[in-house]
Design a protein around this ligand. Structure first.
Ligand SMILES: Cc1ncc(COP(=O)(O)O)c(C=O)c1O
Length: 321
């Protein structure tokens, strides 16, 4: 794997310099009396942890000669991965096409189009699997298409093992007692978890999972009320060999309450999965000694959720939730 951006890469696409090396900040929770260390992935330039995968998969494909000037990066995703691929792709000079559900939020469509991506909306009622099948059929017919395949691509977890995990190890104030995170593809939980376990074998790697079953579980494995996080029962391939010790369930209500607390109490404008991660991390921290170092991820920004229940519920006439 050779996916570290060189000076030449950065000169050609300066935005790459802004990816990764995000801060790890201590959040002191009262009245719980516990501290959780939060890795601020929402500070990546397109606004989410997915910038890392986008950079890694595109640089790797370039190094292996899989991307040429006329290539088109094609992925079926309604989430942060599409925006990250559009950002890195446009900065490297490639066309990007994103297949997404017609129900995906308009904020995401605006961002994708502004980054120059072509957006193909799936027909109403078409499942996520249908979108994946369509992307594969398009790639089979036209060799210009390059598919990052975030759910199966081992680079996804490997990159977190080589970048995000070691950053956390450098930044943590002492031995890590627990790492807690949700999973969509499982890349970040598996990669960071492996890096942390390799250094601190006694560290507990804990998966945050949504507590509720979702009606649309068969539609898309990655679009529960806690967006970006896999539906109950779905084990992504990248997580199958991850060093997991436990799971903590978080309801959508608790996730949203904790997210609003991050907004109001800490001034951290993050999305719902970040609140869910912190709620789970608080649960784990309460069962450990007071000074135990518990680390979690703040995955993306609040602006991506204006049209979701995170902002819709309980807004007053000034739009304050
Ligand atoms: C908002 C958000 N949270 C969490 C995750 C989970 O990350 P991973 O795919 O590394 O499991 C994602 C993934 O897309 C996400 O977009």
């Amino acid at each position: 794997m050779n996916t570290v951006a060189t000076q030449a890469d950065v000169n050609r696409a300066p935005v790459l310099r802004l990816i990764g090396n995000t801060p790890l900040v201590p959040l002191r929770f009262e009245p719980e009396g516990v501290t959780v260390y939060a890795k601020c992935e929402f500070l990546n330039p397109s606004g989410s942890i997915k910038d890392r995968f986008a950079q890694c998969v595109i640089l790797d494909a370039e190094r292996r000669g899989k991307l040429r000037p006329d290539s088109v990066i094609l992925e079926c995703t309604s989430g942060n991965t599409g925006i990250a691929l559009a950002m890195v792709g446009t900065a490297r000079g490639y066309r990007v096409t994103i297949l997404m559900s017609a129900g995906a939020s308009i904020e995401r469509q605006y961002l994708l189009r502004r980054l120059g991506a072509e957006v193909i909306l799936l027909a109403e009622g078409d499942s996520y699997q249908a979108g994946i099948a369509r992307s594969r059929a398009m790639a089979a017919q036209d060799p210009r298409y390059f598919l990052p395949r975030q759910f199966e691509n081992p680079l996804n977890a490997e990159d977190h093992r080589h970048t995000t995990g070691p950053e956390i190890l450098r930044q943590a104030p002492g031995p890590i007692a627990a790492f807690v995170a949700g999973y969509g593809t499982g890349g970040s939980l598996s990669g960071c978890g492996s890096a942390i376990k390799a250094r601190f074998p006694a560290a507990r790697v804990v998966a945050m999972e949504p507590a509720e079953d979702e009606d649309h579980a068969v539609e898309c494995h990655c679009c529960t009320c806690i967006e970006g996080v896999a539906d109950k029962g779905f084990v992504p391939p990248l997580l199958r060999h991850a060093p997991l010790d436990a799971t903590v369930k978080v309801t959508a209500d608790d996730a949203m309450q904790c997210t609003r607390r991050l907004h109001r109490q800490f001034g951290l404008l993050v999305g719902t999965s970040s609140g869910a991660n912190v709620a789970a991390a608080l649960h784990v921290a309460r069962e450990l000694p007071r000074d135990a170092v518990v680390v979690t991820l703040l995955c993306d920004r609040a602006e991506r959720y204006f049209s979701t229940p995170l902002f819709a519920e309980g807004m007053d006439e000034h739009g304050v939730a």
